[in-house]
Design a protein around this ligand. Sequence first.
Ligand code: SF4
Length: 364
Amino acid sequence: MALPVIVKKIEEISGLPEEDLELLKKVEDKYPFLSNEYYLSLIDWEDENDPIRRIIIPDLHELDPRGDLDPSGESEITVVRGIQHKYGPTALMIVSESCGGVCRYCFRKRIFLDTESETIDDFPEAMDYIKSNPKISNVLLTGGDPLFLATVKLQHIISKLREIPHVKIIRIGSRMPAFNPRRILDDPSLLEMIKKYSTKDKRIYIMTHFSHPRELTDLAVDAAASLLSAGAILANQTPILRGVNDNPDVLSELFTKLAETGIPPYYVFQCRPTIGNSHFSVPIEETYEILRQAREKCSGLAKRAKFIMSHKTGKIEILAVDENFTYMKYHQAADIADNERFMVFKKNPKGYWLEDYGGSFLKS
Ligand code: SF4
């Protein structure tokens, strides 16, 4: 099998009309475009509102200056370059600044810009941080996409983590099963590496990122099956995105297909207020209602995902919305005093982020 051809410039896309190209180049100049022929082949070019197109093709709305480049305050929890440590048991390692494609809604789009690199530059120093913190039992490799790295490089990182006795679970956050399933299917050494290091009591989790059911192609399902056979555990996370998956039928199909493939839906994220992402945002209470309706159509296994706002103060779960109030709880808190804190807010149909509920906090 041949790897799909990388597409780095929007003028290489055959489905886009000439007049759109000129406008979209302005967006591309600001936020880079990257895809491949396999992923682009999932687009229905007859449909201007095609959800896959919306995920990967630049949009003029990205030039809207509202929003933040670091909406979850990751710079504040970076302890050494490339290592973020916010919650006691879990550390994040930024190991790659490239992905199989660039999602237009990426909340870490700053890493694709010409700003200072955030990936690990001093590997021993990063490892020493994890070694000297015995509370860290989970390490999430992220980026960018760790599966963009050559397997030999990834294996080096994982083998070093496996030498640290208190690191039990290694997670690999990857959108490669959606963007390029052949990265998994065509590399036996990757599957061998997972077999070796995902042991019965210390698993490797692959945190997949399927945002739309059409991304779960036969190839993607084969890639997931190969990862499962190699001994990885899979779980999926996706943001809710206007025009992509803000629809109960689409979401229930996504959750059901994921569960059937052996990928438990894990987190559904409120779209972070990242710069250039406002056209993807759906208000919290509307998202809650979409999810409620989607869950009605799902089996218990398909409706396991928690609805989470990844705020700089912690992961806040949106538990319920009723006639007058919105109920939230810290699922994980940066300040341990906030852990499990329950909050009730007056409803705000225009609330997109915790700060939009600022004045109406009623109870904790
Ligand atoms: S795969 Fe993840 S890190 Fe890469 S562009 Fe998409 S959302 Fe961003």
